[in-house]
Design a protein around this ligand. Structure first.
Ligand SMILES: Cc1cc2nc3c(=O)[nH]c(=O)nc-3n(C[C@H](O)[C@H](O)[C@H](O)COP(=O)(O)OP(=O)(O)OC[C@H]3O[C@@H](n4cnc5c(N)ncnc54)[C@H](O)[C@@H]3O)c2cc1C
Length: 255
């Protein structure tokens, strides 16, 4: 069980870090890429991904810290050890940049559709490159899971788009946080596939135990993400498909 908690922390922190570094690279390319079209495209991708880059690591960072407390048991809960301080510091992040609820509204209400969804099309093209770059049996399996989930997400996005265009704004945006979770998990799965592809290639030519351990660790953590985390979006897909109105229709007096 401790290995499970440590793997989850590695999956959240290195997945989130990969996402932030991808965003940082887009920021650079937006200003420095020699091809003007690529500069524009980097800006569009960054625009689309910004709510996810702000929200996903800020939600999953404290989850990792929470597990770190649990790994240390009673000692983790006390202030003598730094993990409790890390949790409290990181707990601010889903709040102080406008709250993750607002990031969800920005993603589903605006970013997905802006510029006739050009950013979304660019994102799908970028993902295709890495889906096709999966060559080992393990990576291909994960690429297949990601590609299937992506297809379902595209379908649900189209139906949400129809509802928004049809004027059902409150009902569609009521479950924006589920959409942010679905979209975020797909993006971080993609980040793990990119890392797994690189690790699988590098493992073949690794020439020391520490290098091999590093790449094996990446592959095992990618497996954790694909087996334990990506499937959690099934619930988001159901709620979004049904445009579930449980929360929307709750009345203040009923609390
Ligand atoms: C330690 C700390 C440092 C900060 N530093 C800065 C700073 O340097 N600069 C700065 O500008 N601000 C700063 N802030 C303020 C921060 O930006 C706000 O706390 C944040 O934007 C959330 O606003 P709020 O606290 O008014 O919460 P509210 O806006 O009242 O949100 C409360 C809850 O309601 C939800 N909610 C709000 N509106 C909607 C809506 N329309 N639809 C659905 N749900 C909604 C939110 O998601 C949240 O869950 C800081 C806050 C903290 C705690």
């Amino acid at each position: 069980d401790v290995r499970r908690m440590l793997l989850a922390q590695k999956a959240y922190s290195e997945g989130g870090l990969a996402l932030c570094l991808y965003g940082a690279r887009l920021m650079d390319e937006q200003h420095t890429h020699p091809d003007e079209q690529k500069r524009t495209e980097a800006g569009k991708l960054l625009d689309l991904l910004t709510p996810v880059i702000k929200a996903w690591p800020s939600e999953y960072g404290p989850k990792a810290n929470d597990l770190a407390i649990q790994v240390y048991g009673g000692a983790g809960y006390t202030r003598e050890y730094p993990v409790e301080q890390c949790w409290r510091d990181n707990r601010l992040n889903p709040i102080h940049e406008g709250t993750n609820g607002i990031q969800a509204l920005d993603l589903l209400g605006r970013k997905i559709w802006q510029d006739q969804s050009h950013g979304l099309q660019l994102l799908m093209q970028e993902m295709q490159v890495d889906l096709q770059a999966a060559t080992t049996e393990r990576c291909q399996q994960w690429a297949l899971s990601l590609s299937e989930t992506l297809q379902q997400a595209v379908k649900v996005t189209q139906s949400l788009g129809k509802s928004l265009m049809g004027g059902e704004v409150d009902k569609t945006l009521a479950n924006a946080s589920c959409y942010l979770h679905l979209f975020g998990h797909i993006i971080v799965s993609w980040m793990w596939l990119r890392q797994a592809n690189a690790a699988a290639n590098a493992l073949a030519s690794a020439n020391s135990d520490s290098e091999r351990n590093f790449y094996q660790g990446k592959l095992q953590t990618a497996q954790y993400f694909f087996h334990w985390e990506l499937p959690t979006v099934a619930q988001d897909l159901v709620l979004l498909r049904n445009q579930d109105d449980t929360c929307l229709n709750m009345k203040a007096d009923w609390f």
